[in-house]
Design a protein around this ligand. Structure first.
Ligand SMILES: Cc1cc2nc3c(=O)[nH]c(=O)nc-3n(C[C@H](O)[C@H](O)[C@H](O)COP(=O)(O)OP(=O)(O)OC[C@H]3O[C@@H](n4cnc5c(N)ncnc54)[C@H](O)[C@@H]3O)c2cc1C
Length: 289
């Protein structure tokens, strides 16, 4: 199918873009990499009156390194960040290689994936696990939206129609922290059936600051906060990890669909959480892969 008719704008300046979004509100859609929006347009699942293509805008294509975080401009493609991250942000590189296929990542943007908010997508889960944020701009100014406030439901964020994500902020891991990122999909490049991201530090031989996000098993990425509380301060034993993962899986409310039953998702989430935490603990000890 072909898209329903729409007016197309390709502004170059931020003021112009924000003006268009403010003027057209709900009727407008931002086009970044197009890897999610264009299929929705073609299937007529989205019928915006106006498409605002941000690809000609300047100043949104940078990856900026700051002391405690990296700032990723709205037009940074997933593949570019993946290559960049191989030098010093392996958790990010691990997560990005699961996103679609190479061709999709060369076009799809990091910000676009977060704005699209697919609950089975890797980058929203990563943002939740790292406690990252996005910067949203509108004619009223700008605000920082933390991951836990950004994802509201399936394909729904707390961004207003007049807001453009200009930057994604990804906190760096603490020195010595370990990480694990795993998912199960039917084929490489497919959206995850279920996935798990984990970050762990060790202090005096005990687990410190554990963070776990599960995806593909709820309407948004799920932060396993209660399981984190169970783990914090414990020796990093398999028993502690399994107990925390069992608790996290029990608290999930996944849905059954064509691809997997709720029970399957819950069980896979538990297994992946155990494995991701195992990887994270091994890396924090300095003897992981
Ligand atoms: C075959 C296929 C397989 C895929 N597999 C995966 C996968 O395994 N995992 C995965 O995570 N993704 C997957 N994707 C989706 C891909 O990662 C998309 O690139 C991503 O979801 C959207 O990024 P985009 O830049 O293409 O955004 P677009 O498609 O241009 O836009 C997506 C949505 O975000 C909004 N938006 C975009 N940029 C901004 C912004 N700066 N501010 C506010 N709103 C914005 C748009 O208005 C639209 O609603 C797949 C896509 C395809 C076609």
């Amino acid at each position: 199918m072909k898209p329903a008719p729409f007016a197309y704008h390709a502004p170059r300046a931020l003021d112009e873009t924000l003006g268009l979004l403010a003027r057209h509100g709900d009727e407008a859609k931002i086009l970044a990499g197009g890897q999610s929006l264009v299929p929705l347009l073609n299937f007529r699942l989205a019928r915006p009156a106006v498409v605002v293509d941000i690809n000609r805008m300047s100043g949104l294509g940078e990856i900026r390194e700051e002391d405690r975080q990296i700032a990723v401009g709205a037009l940074v493609r997933q593949r570019r960040l993946e290559v960049w991250a191989q030098q010093g942000f392996p958790l990010l590189a691990d997560a990005l290689r699961y996103v679609g296929h190479h061709a999709i990542r060369t076009r799809g943007t990091v910000a676009g994936s977060l704005a699209h908010a697919d609950p089975a997508a890797e980058l929203p889960a990563l943002l939740v696990c790292l406690e990252g944020s996005v910067v949203a701009r509108s004619p009223a100014g700008h605000r920082e939206v933390r991951a836990r406030e950004l994802f509201v439901s399936h394909l729904t964020t707390s961004l207003r129609p007049d807001e453009l994500i200009t930057e994604v902020r990804l906190p760096r891991l603490h020195t010595g922290a370990g990480w694990g990122f795993l998912e199960v999909a039917r084929r490489h490049g497919d959206f995850a059936l279920v996935g798990a991201a984990a970050v762990v530090s060790l202090a005096d031989g005990r687990i410190a600051e554990p963070r776990v996000a599960l995806f593909g098993c709820g309407a948004t990425p799920v932060r396993a906060s209660r399981a984190e509380a169970i783990l914090a301060g414990q020796p990093p034993t398999p028993e502690a990890v399994v107990a925390a993962a069992r608790d996290a899986a029990g608290a999930l409310a996944p849905e059954s669909d064509l691809h997997a039953t709720a029970e399957y998702r819950r069980r896979v989430a538990q297994t992946l959480m155990v494995r991701a935490l195992g990887l994270a603990i091994g890396r924090a000890r300095g003897n992981g892969p």
